[in-house]
Ligand binder design. Structure first.
Ligand code: CP
Length: 345
């Protein structure tokens, strides 16, 4: 592990403006801007393993967490990330905010915007909610999950976990398994993994794989044994019963029999294959505890740790971008910019 002063120096060295004003989808990044962002996140991993975890990169900045859907990992990790960067953090939930009294999302956003936050972290059940808010506010918006559309920071932390486990994701074959149809994690991961040169397979029952999935640039399988052959990574998804209209699986017991990852099915993947799950897990439904808790194969706890570091990297880079765009602080902005490294798209 890098020594304390060296870690802080490394963070400053790697700090560069985020390539966009907002982080709404995996498509806000590209093959040139992802590696430096992951390098910055790597430095934050070392930093977070120190006993003292306080920086002033976002001192004086305000981060608002606006979660209209339940969350443990994303909400807590954004809050921890912002606090470790020195920001002031406010968290709002639908139960305690005036949306419970009928206020619209746009009115809530306008109200919060008037309080001059610097970053709004938004989770909402409606696809496109974060993008809509980004058009109404003067701060940066980070999509913390919008309906079944995208969860870009989850894909970024998954990529960080894979890069640390395998060194490079280029050429890896990653199987994303289960309830693809309702999964924002799947959509963001397909985009980011493909962007970085991984081969992505989608495996699930026909009722849980979107009809147009073969046009996502992935191979589609409706058989676990066939789909898992030769893969290096098995990413299991939660069966999202709350998003299903009608019964799309006969029973959770049947589902586990055919689609739940256990030791036998993992044996169909390449020897040494790693297991991932974004959480929350339904043990005995999409994954067996035997593989989920086996630290020789499971990256699930790593994913949680990487979540804080990846979100620190995003928040810090967005903050630098805001400073760079603010004429009163422009001279303090570091270079080179991630924007300078963007490829023409
Ligand atoms: N992975 C994920 O988004 O988990 P939470 O719902 O707990 O935030």
């Amino acid at each position: 592990m890098t020594q304390p002063a060296a870690v802080t120096d490394l963070i400053h060295e790697r700090l560069a403006p985020f390539p966009r004003d907002h982080f709404l989808s995996a498509g806000d990044l590209n093959a040139a801007t992802v590696p430096p962002l992951l390098d910055l996140a790597d430095a934050f991993v070392d930093f977070n393993r120190q006993s003292s975890k306080s920086l002033d990169l976002m001192r004086g900045r305000t981060v608002m967490n606006l979660f209209f859907e339940n969350s443990t990992r994303t909400s807590a990790s954004f809050e921890i990330a912002a606090k470790r960067l020195g920001a002031d953090v406010t968290a709002l939930s639908p139960r305690t905010s005036s949306t419970a009294k009928g206020e619209t999302l746009i009115d809530t956003a306008a109200t919060l915007n008037a309080m001059k936050p610097d970053v709004l972290v938004v989770r909402h059940s409606a696809s496109g909610a974060a993008a809509l808010l980004s058009q109404k506010v003067g701060c940066s918006v980070v999509n913390a999950g919008d309906g079944r559309h995208e969860h870009p920071t989850q894909a970024l932390l998954d990529l960080l976990s894979l890069r640390r486990a395998f060194g490079d994701v280029g050429g890896l074959t990653v199987a994303i398994c289960g309830d693809i149809a309702h999964s924002r994690v799947a959509r963001s991961n397909v985009a980011l993994l493909s962007m970085m040169g991984a081969r992505v397979r989608l495996i699930g029952p026909p009722t849980l794989v979107p009809g147009d999935a073969d046009r996502w640039g992935c191979e589609v399988f409706h058989d676990m044994r066939e789909g898992l052959q030769g893969v290096e990574v098995v990413m299991m998804l939660r069966l999202q019963l709350e998003r299903m209209e009608g019964a799309l699986v006969p029973s959770t017991r049947e589902y586990f029999r055919f689609w739940g990852l256990d030791r036998e099915k993992l044996g169909w993947a390449r020897p040494g294959a790693k297991v991932m799950h974004p959480g929350p897990m339904n043990r005995g439904v999409e994954i067996d505890s035997d593989v989920a808790d086996d630290l020789t194969v499971s990256l699930i706890q790593d994913q949680v740790e990487m979540g804080v570091a990846a979100r620190m990297a995003v928040l810090a880079a967005l903050s630098v971008r805001r400073e760079a765009d603010d004429p009163s602080t422009a001279s303090r902005s570091p270079s080179p910019s991630l924007r300078d490294r963007e490829e023409t798209r």
